[in-house]
Design a protein around this ligand. Structure first.
Ligand code: ZN
Length: 365
């Protein structure tokens, strides 16, 4: 696929602080593995976008209110301070623990009905906020987490300012981070921060369309009881054994005022272009029925056939078509989520955003 010049004029919001997060692997099933959420992902995407003629713009710095519009204060404070507490406690130097990893979790089974409280030991605190062992924190993580949130917030601001589409190159990704917890290589929910910013700036209704190969459980939980933000996701079926395992089923449709504002379309492992695009089309039909003045596209490329983190088999051409379907709905702020095959990642991002541009052109013709 030729990508030269196809994205001229598209603002790409990027800050190199997003490279400072180096989780140095993940603890999976009790073993430290190399992990796939690496800084090279962002540089691969940036290289492809630049070659395609996109315009790189810096994010605006936002204060913590932009984060607290979506997340609990306790989570934000924890992410901002835990690495300093960890090093001050001597964990890297004296115990060889070079990254923050939780080890005890206040699950309902442990608490037995008692309220959770912040434990005294620094090494017991991460489990209060982090729900898995594969989302590590080290030097530079907080700076990257903040920069990624700023990129998403800025992409939303560009839409509010009249842009038809914008893309935030967020790293780390965000859609597994909920109001009070993080996991799945995500810390703060960049897409939710963007959606909330659009609402706060006056958009009556906003839709988040999540085409990452995994269910965006964090985004779903942020908006689950709200009617003003629709959340729709197509992803590999958690019932077939895939992360986030406990959430992402079709029966989850929202609660209270948000009833009917969540739509999950789980797909079987091995699903390819046709069924995946049909599902994306169904999400778009629901957004049209629900009404949306702006769309946040949670852009995960890990449904790609070559991706090591999911069993879906989607081509770059189908991602381009998905982008075009989404682009026809409303102005689009695309926010980077997963995608781990360094060889094809850039091509897939460019293909999707080219589709978004085409969809926007068709919608505004
Ligand atoms: Zn994913």
């Amino acid at each position: 696929m030729s990508i030269e010049g196809s994205l001229s004029g598209l603002p790409v919001v990027w800050h190199e602080d997003c490279l400072r997060h180096e989780p140095a692997g993940e603890v999976w099933l009790g073993q430290r593995d190399a992990g796939t959420e690496v800084p090279a992902r962002a540089t691969a995407i940036l290289r492809a976008l630049t070659a395609a003629g996109a315009t790189v713009v810096p994010p605006q710095a936002h204060d913590r209110d932009a984060l607290l519009a979506v997340h609990d204060q306790g989570l934000v404070d924890h992410l901002a301070t835990i690495w300093a507490d960890w090093t001050a406690g001597g964990y890297p130097r004296e115990y060889g623990r070079d990254r923050v990893v939780p080890y005890v979790f206040p699950t309902p089974a442990l608490l037995a009905g008692m309220p959770p409280r912040l434990p005294a030991a620094t090494h017991a605190q991460p489990g209060l906020y982090c729900y898995d062992t594969m989302t590590l924190i080290g030097p530079g993580s907080w700076e990257a987490i903040r920069a990624a949130a700023d990129c998403a917030r800025t992409a939303a601001a560009l839409l509010t300012g009249g842009a038809s589409a914008a893309y935030a190159l967020c790293r780390p990704p965000g859609h597994h981070a909920g109001p009070a917890g993080y996991g799945g290589s995500c810390y703060l929910n960049n897409a939710a921060i963007a959606a909330q910013a659009l609402r706060s700036a006056g958009a009556g209704t906003v839709a988040v369309i999540d085409i990452d190969a995994h269910h965006g459980n964090g985004t779903q939980s942020v908006f689950y009881d709200r009617a003003d933000v629709f959340y729709g996701s197509v992803h590999v079926d958690p019932a077939a054994g895939w992360f986030p395992h406990y959430l992402g089923f079709g029966r989850e449709t929202g609660s209270g005022a948000g009833r009917g504002s969540t739509l999950n379309i789980p797909l079987a492992p091995g699903t390819g272009d046709d069924a995946w695009l049909t599902a994306v089309g169904q999400l778009c039909d629901h957004v049209r029925a629900h009404g949306a003045e702006a769309v946040v596209l949670s852009l995960g490329l890990d449904a790609a056939a070559a991706d090591p983190e999911s069993p879906l088999q989607v081509t770059a051409a189908a991602y381009r078509q998905a982008g075009e379907l989404v682009g026809q709905l409303a102005p689009v702020a695309a926010v980077q989520e997963g995608g781990y095959d360094l060889g094809s990642l850039g091509e897939y991002v460019v293909a999707t955003l080219t589709g978004v541009q085409a969809g926007r052109a068709r919608a505004t013709a």
